[in-house]
Unconditional design. Structure first.
Length: 326
């Protein structure tokens, strides 16, 4: 499948808040291969933090999204779609003379390629002081991702400022590394991540990201990041499930069998599941199982968040309750 998508970097809250933005995406009913052969596209949106916020909202967890959008139609599209999912968008800022970010996607010979058009976007203006700390009142988590830091030097500083601000307000911080090699170099992403570690309560990182940034395998990643003083460390292993160190205990959780139609957004669904399960007071093993289930829901549907479940649907899936669908 080939798809174009736009994306802005903003932020969300998982009963807390998180930054980054949305992507506009276009998809084709049948894969045309390279974008140059595409004759038409359809609009959709997606973005790491907003995906997490939508996933939480569908699970019945109040979530808000803080972002900067252009004063353009794509910005309107993003705002309307996120708001329609029950996410609080009252702290979204509109930026004159700055476009809402865009990214295009194609799939050639089974390999996914993306083309980013994000330099100078509205979301790249995120900087320290970009939101009023009062928006964190009552929040349990501030959710951040590394994609925000890749947008500009100012947005890189914003990550650390936002994490510190949350911790000072008594709000826990979750951080998903979400490394994007076409947005910044490994050394820059590694430095930004390591600067955040002292302020992070839940760290999420993919196995491929750990190898790209540090050259670590799964075992080394868990051990070294846990030794760095971070709270929960969760390594996402894709279809294999995940591994984690929580309260000093090493855990693994297998993935669920799933027919993969679209892998984009699976890590965000995983994050939403883990945070929701944490807020529900589930034990670490059930948090990981819930996170894996959310990822399995996501990959079986086209789009970043379109197939994410309600809490009732998630519970039925975990309990293996048969739903005939009619």
């Amino acid at each position: 499948m080939s798809r174009g998508r736009w994306r802005h970097r903003g932020r969300t809250r998982s009963r807390g808040w998180s930054p980054r933005g949305r992507r506009w995406c276009s998809s084709f009913p049948r894969p045309p291969g390279r974008l140059r052969h595409a004759g038409a596209v359809t609009l959709s949106i997606g973005g790491a933090e907003s995906n997490v916020a939508i996933g939480l909202s569908r699970l019945g967890v109040p979530a808000g999204w803080v972002s900067a959008l252009g004063e353009d139609e794509l910005g309107e599209l993003v705002l309307h779609r996120v708001r329609a999912e029950g996410v609080d968008t009252s702290a979204v800022r509109r930026v004159p003379d700055r476009p809402t970010g865009l990214y295009l996607r194609e799939e050639v010979a089974g390999a996914l390629r993306v083309y980013y058009y994000r330099r100078g976007s509205a979301a790249s203006t995120l900087a320290p002081g970009a939101f009023d700390p009062a928006v964190l009142e009552g929040a349990a988590f501030l959710h951040l991702t590394g994609i925000t830091g890749a947008l500009s030097p100012e947005s890189r500083e914003f990550l650390t400022w936002a994490a510190r601000t949350a911790r000072e307000a008594g709000v826990r911080v979750s951080f998903d590394v979400n490394y994007r090699s076409r947005l910044w170099e490994p050394a820059a992403a590694r430095a930004a991540t390591e600067a955040l570690l002292p302020h992070v309560d839940v760290l999420l990182v993919g196995d491929e990201e750990a190898r790209a940034l540090w050259g670590w395998d799964d075992e080394a990643c868990l051990e070294r990041l846990a030794d760095a003083g971070t709270g929960d460390v969760v390594v996402k292993l894709g279809a294999r499930g995940c591994a984690a160190v929580v309260d000093g205990e090493r855990l693994t959780s297998p993935g669920f069998p799933a027919r993969q139609l679209d892998p984009i957004g699976a890590g965000d669904a995983f994050a939403a599941g883990y945070l929701a399960a944490t807020l529900w007071g589930l034990d670490p093993a059930d948090r990981l199982r819930t996170a894996n289930a959310m990822g399995a829901f996501c990959v079986q549907n086209l789009g970043d968040y379109e197939g994410l479940p309600s809490r009732r649907e998630l519970t039925a899936f975990l309990d293996r309750t048969v739903d005939l669908g009619r």
